[in-house]
Design a binder for this molecule. Sequence first.
Ligand SMILES: Nc1nc2c(ncn2[C@@H]2O[C@H](COP(=O)(O)OP(=O)(O)OP(=O)(O)O)[C@@H](O)[C@H]2O)c(=O)[nH]1
Ligand SMILES: [Mg+2]
Ligand SMILES: [Zn+2]
Length: 406
Amino acid sequence: MPFTFPNSKVFCPFCFHEFHIGHAPFRDYSDNHKEKDPVQAAFFDRRVEEHPDNYPVKEIQGFWHKLIGYFYYSRSLDKKRRICPHCHMTLPNTLANSGKQGNVIAVIGYRNSGKGNFFGVLIPSLRTRYAKEISLSLEALDSYNTDGKMANSDTLYRERYGDNLEQMMAVPPTPKISLSPMLYCLKLDKFTIWQRILNPFSHHRPVDLILFDAAGEGFAEAEIQIHSSYISHASGIIILLDPTSYKLRGMRNTINQSEYFDTFATITNAMARYNPHYRKDKQVKTPLAVVISKFDELRPDGQPLEGLHESVFYDHCHAQGFNKKAVDETSEHLYDFLDKREIKDVLANLKQYSNWKLFGMASLGHPPVGHPPDANLQSIDPINIADPLLWILYELGHIAAKKEKK
Ligand SMILES: Nc1nc2c(ncn2[C@@H]2O[C@H](COP(=O)(O)OP(=O)(O)OP(=O)(O)O)[C@@H](O)[C@H]2O)c(=O)[nH]1
Ligand SMILES: [Mg+2]
Ligand SMILES: [Zn+2]
């Protein structure tokens, strides 16, 4: 029976309501009986009759059970899984059994900024290359699909991105806005001394990642609410900026800055509405990775654009720890480049954040040949695809930096 404190609250990764973990009900899978679940039907904005039946919910009932729930709670098991009291979705295991909140990593980008292909290439890259470099593994957790059915995040991944990339096709534009997240448990095998003291018997440290892919424009009010909650609950934010919309190539001084501005404004509006710690006159502390996506576009014909240092295209190895030095240097070069090109909006927006970095990242590494749905890829050659996420994990204290020789 894990312990908890009366004042400690967690939030649900699906509806973002806060609650006390000891008061969260269970769903009982012990026999085949299923029934209507009006709470979950309401979450999916459906009439109860239209929503599929589900296993019965067992509430924490009675004064004594509720009182005990402030201090202890029993484990979530296969046949008895802890669910959110507000939306009745199954909670990820780390949250359900240790009360440890997952890290929401918000990925935000205007239409066409490269979100889909980023998620598409990031997940398998974490499982292959970065699994070795950082010593991690990635377990897909249960989420739900747009029909409101439970779905494993790997299934969602394949449907949305993986199937296309496997056939060497770029991920097509996202047709319909969906707010169903993909949930992963990142298991980190390396411990710093402090982490080892705090987790003396663990083989790995779990960090739940909650990933949404939603542009944010054209939402209805209820969707804006979830999208904004997701941003304001984020432990780290990744903004994707499309360099081709900035006309950095060729048209040196005619820069369309509206899309950048929109992305930053989305974050600020979300924070202002849903983050109680947000103050207009104070810098936001959430780590912000500002990522120039499709970075290969800044090296047309193999030559970096004027004013751009060759080193920003190098792919960083993180085998001896997070390569902070290389990431810092790239960020400085990119800042100088944007400054020289007078991309003032981005630089001005950065002033609202106390902890930001600039990244150059490509998911595919080349423009696809042809247009969706026939956007073919000859090869997939990502550049620093995991750097923004690794930097956020470093800033949150989950991974250590590479030690530099003196
Ligand atoms: N050159 C180049 N193009 C890329 C790269 N990654 C994505 N693209 C292209 O950029 C366009 C947009 O990519 P998506 O991943 O669909 O972007 P998105 O933000 O999900 O777009 P929406 O779903 O419409 O919101 C597509 O035409 C991709 O082929 C890259 O690494 N290099
Ligand atoms: Mg998309
Ligand atoms: Zn919920």
